[in-house]
Design a protein around this ligand. Structure first.
Ligand code: HEM
Length: 183
C-alpha cells in the first residue's frame, strides 16, 4: 500500500533493484549493501505500517523507577510504538512516508535509534531475524518483477487500517503488472 501511495519511491526501488540484480536473479541477504534505497524503503514501511501499535502486555517484577515515576511491583506496562514512531524529535520526516528517514547525507543506509518495531530487551520479538530477512527478500523480489498500482476507479485507500492486537489494512483493490521485459 505504501508503494502504491508513493509511486516515485516504488520506481526508484525498482530501478536500483534491476541495476543490481537484473530481472533474472532473485535477491539474497548479501545484496543488502548494494540496495541502500530499497533497504531504507523496506525499513520505512515498518514504522509507517506500525503493525503492533502497543506491543505485548508486560508486568514489573519488582518496584521500579521509570522517568521519575514509581511503578510498584505488578504494574502492567505496554510500550507505545505509535508514539515512538511519530516522535518529531527522533525522526527526520515523522509525518510522511519517506525512506530518507533511513539514509544518511551520503545516501548510505543508517538506522535511527528509534527504530524498535520488534521491541527491546530479553522479551523482544523472537521472530525478528526471520521477519527482517523475509521482509527484505519478499519486498525486493516483488519490486523487481511487479508494478503495483490502484485501479483507476478504486476508492481512495484508507491508510488508517483496522487496529486490534495488530494493525492491518481494510480491503483494497490492486493491480499487479508484470515488469518482466521478456514477456
Ligand atoms: C514484521 C513482523 C513482526 C513484528 C513487527 C513483530 C513484533 C513483535 C513485538 C513488538 C513483540 C512484543 C515484544 C514486547 O512486547 O516486548 C513481539 C513478540 C514476539 N514475536 Fe514478533 N513480530 C514480527 C514477526 C514475528 C515472527 C515471524 C515470529 C515467529 C516466527 C514472531 C514471534 C514472536 C514471539 C514468540 C514473541 C513473544 C516473545 C516473548 O514474549 O518473549 N514475531 N513481536
Amino acid at each position: 500500500l505504501f508503494l502504491i501511495q508513493n509511486p516515485d519511491v516504488q520506481e526508484r526501488c525498482h530501478e536500483e533493484t534491476v541495476q543490481v540484480l537484473g530481472y533474472d536473479r532473485l535477491p539474497s541477504m548479501d545484496d543488502r549493501d548494494r540496495l541502500p534505497y530499497t533497504l531504507a524503503t523496506v525499513h520505512e514501511i515498518q514504522p509507517c505500517g506500525n503493525i503492533t501499535p502497543v506491543g505485548l502486555v508486560h508486568e514489573t517484577i519488582q518496584p521500579t523507577k521509570l522517568h521519575g515515576y514509581d511503578l510498584p511491583q505488578g504494574t502492567v506496562v505496554m510500550a507505545n510504538y505509535t508514539a515512538i514512531f511519530s516522535n518529531k524529535e527522533h525522526w527526520k520526516h515523522p509525518d510522511t512516508f519517506n525512506p530518507e528517514n533511513f539514509l544518511d547525507e551520503n545516501g548510505c543506509f543508517s538506522k535511527p535509534e528509534s527504530f524498535v518495531p520488534f521491541s527491546l530487551g530479553p522479551r523482544s520479538c523472537l521472530g525478528e531475524s526471520l521477519a527482517r530477512t523475509e521482509l527484505l527478500l519478499f519486498i525486493t523480489s516483488l519490486i523487481q518483477r511487479i508494478n503495483f498500482s490502484s485501479p483507476p476507479d478504486a476508492k481512495p485507500i484508507d491508510m488508517d487500517g483496522i487496529v486490534g492486537i495488530v494493525r492491518y489494512p481494510q480491503t483494497f483493490s490492486i493491480i499487479c503488472g508484470s515488469r518482466d521485459t521478456k514477456k
